[in-house]
Design a binder for this molecule. Structure first.
Ligand code: FAD
Length: 485
């Protein structure tokens, strides 16, 4: 029969569960990608993220061609139009089964349920495969059958389950025979939807709301798109992974993998990453080389946050994980928020970090925690403002990890540590950027200062003075959190 692979954030041909199963079961395969720029925008996805996704989509189309699988493109506005569109596409292309990999934020889950129901009425099956995480959400449970709310026991349980079988990436499907005369895949199809939508094999250079012209977009230039580039990065990182634990917290060293944009649009799979790490570490998850086991642990954080989304749907509704923290008198000071977002707070490490985000659409993990703590604790500004800004600007924006990271830092989420942990941006700066190398890179006006002054500069003409009393902010945060108890 004929199958249709519906690609979303899984833009690769190797180790792709939906594509693999479709290839095994169907004689003929086509693929489709449906852009929904209005929905993407309402989820705060930004230019860098969408441009990178579209660039990866181009590469995917070329890869699929080598397997005789045409990739169609359709542009709608919102998720709500997808069921009707897929109904028409499957009817016109005589598809029996639609294959896709599951997505877990609430609106994506609702979209996929609606598609399944709609297609079923027409005798077409929709199959969603578990692919984005090491284990499917719901598979890791406490002895009492409950979801884990704390990372370390989650990690232990996940490792135990994973160790039962080998992690084996799936092969690319074999080349499909070209359809016989008279049964060719059409070059394009006019669909009967509002606004005369057309299914084409041409991926556009422009989309409403987003600057995706990748040639011009300097941000995306530094990130080579596609599956091959991702594999290359993984290989390069594997040569440095031993130093990961010792160096990962120093932003000037640039010693992390930079795989997050690829993992998030699916140009590389979590299993491919984990397999590389386990192979190098003789199959050990938690022992062996300290750099490797540390990296493995970071990859499991990604699973943890994605699993939480499915078990706690209120996370997708803008609510804190811990309900009581909604009583915190968050501040909504637009001016302070604007200074934070531009990297003009007068705290050099915070400013350098925010400028890194604004310049390359990515930020080092240590600094994500430092700036998130500064906004939500020292300034007591609603963490959701920060979460949104990150999502709008990160090339690796991922709802689960971003929401998880913000809630962890703001102490509204899952964290084993007590509420009064507030990062001190100055000591973080001295500890993790001791010579100010990172600060100098992004805040060049401080370059002339010595290694001591650079963390907390004297009054200067061309650099702002601190926008808040950092110590008093810390005290206030501790107070409002302790009032919750
Ligand atoms: P590496 O250190 O090489 O780690 C490898 C991979 O492990 C990463 O690519 C990522 O997939 C995963 N990972 C590592 N740390 C974490 C973590 N703390 N939580 C979840 N997954 C992790 N990550 C995103 O992918 N998208 C986001 O939108 C995002 N927002 C964040 C917001 C805040 C406030 C914080 C504190 C963290 C956020 N992270 C996010 C997690 C982390 O900062 C990035 O994954 C990491 O910096 C990406 O760089 P890398 O690929 O070089 O990571």
């Amino acid at each position: 029969g004929r199958g249709l692979v519906w690609f979303r954030n899984d833009l690769r041909i190797q180790d792709n569960s939906a594509l693999y199963h479709a290839g095994k079961r169907c004689e003929q395969l086509a693929a489709v990608f449906i852009a929904c720029p209005d929905s993407w925008q309402s989820h705060n996805e930004g230019d860098a993220l969408v441009a990178f996704r579209m660039a990866c989509l181009h590469e995917l189309q070329t890869q699929l061609q080598t397997r005789n699988i045409p990739l169609y493109f359709l542009q709608l506005s919102t998720f709500s139009q997808v069921p009707q569109a897929l109904e028409q596409i499957t009817r016109r292309l005589k598809i029996e089964t639609v294959f896709a990999n599951a997505e877990y934020p609430l609106n994506e889950q609702r979209r996929d349920h609606a598609v399944r129901d709609r297609l079923r009425e027409n005798g077409v099956a929709a199959e969603y495969h578990s692919d984005r995480t090491l284990l499917p959400p719901g598979a890791v449970r406490t002895g009492a059958g409950e979801p884990y709310k704390v990372f370390t026991p989650f990690k232990r349980a996940l490792i135990q389950l994973c160790a039962e079988s080998e992690i084996k990436p799936l092969p690319v499907p074999r080349k499909k025979p070209l359809p016989k005369e008279g049964a060719h895949w059409p070059k394009w199809l006019a669909l009967e939807l509002e606004e005369n939508k057309k299914l084409t094999q041409k991926i556009p250079e422009h989309l409403p709301h987003f600057a995706i012209d990748t040639a011009k977009s300097g941000i995306v230039k530094g990130w080579k798109s596609g599956e091959k580039a991702a594999q290359k990065r993984l290989k390069l990182f594997s040569e440095r992974i031993s130093g990961y634990q010792a160096e990962r917290d120093f932003p000037a060293l640039d010693s992390t993998s930079h795989l997050s944009p690829y993992l998030n649009c699916g140009a590389i799979s979590i299993r491919q990453c984990m397999q590389m790490a386990l192979n190098l570490n003789q199959g050990h998850w938690q022992s062996g080389n300290a750099g490797i086991s540390c990296w493995i642990s970071e990859l499991i954080w990604r699973d943890f946050y994605t699993h939480l989304l499915v078990d706690f749907p209120h996370l997708s509704k803008g609510q804190p994980f811990k309900a009581e923290t909604d009583q915190i008198p968050w501040r909504y000071d637009k001016d302070l928020f604007c200074r934070w977002s531009r990297g003009e707070t007068g705290v050099p490490i915070v400013d350098a970090a925010m400028r890194q985000l604004n310049e390359i659409a990515w930020m080092h993990n240590r600094l994500r925690m430092v700036v998130a703590s500064f906004l939500s604790k020292n300034l007591l500004i609603d963490w959701r403002w920060g979460e949104r800004y990150f999502m709008q600007h990160l090339i690796d924006g991922d709802f689960a990890s971003n929401n998880g990271g913000w809630q962890w830092t703001a102490s509204t989420g899952t964290d084993a540590a007590p509420y009064f942990r507030v990062f001190n941006p100055y000591s973080q700066s001295q500890r993790f950027d001791p010579n100010g190398d990172f600060i100098r890179r992004y805040v060049p006006e401080l370059d002339s200062l010595n290694n001591k002054e650079i963390h907390d500069p004297p009054s200067m003409a061309n650099y702002p003075s601190v926008i808040c009393d950092v110590g008093a902010g810390r005290k206030r945060a501790i107070e409002v959190f302790s009032n919750l108890k």
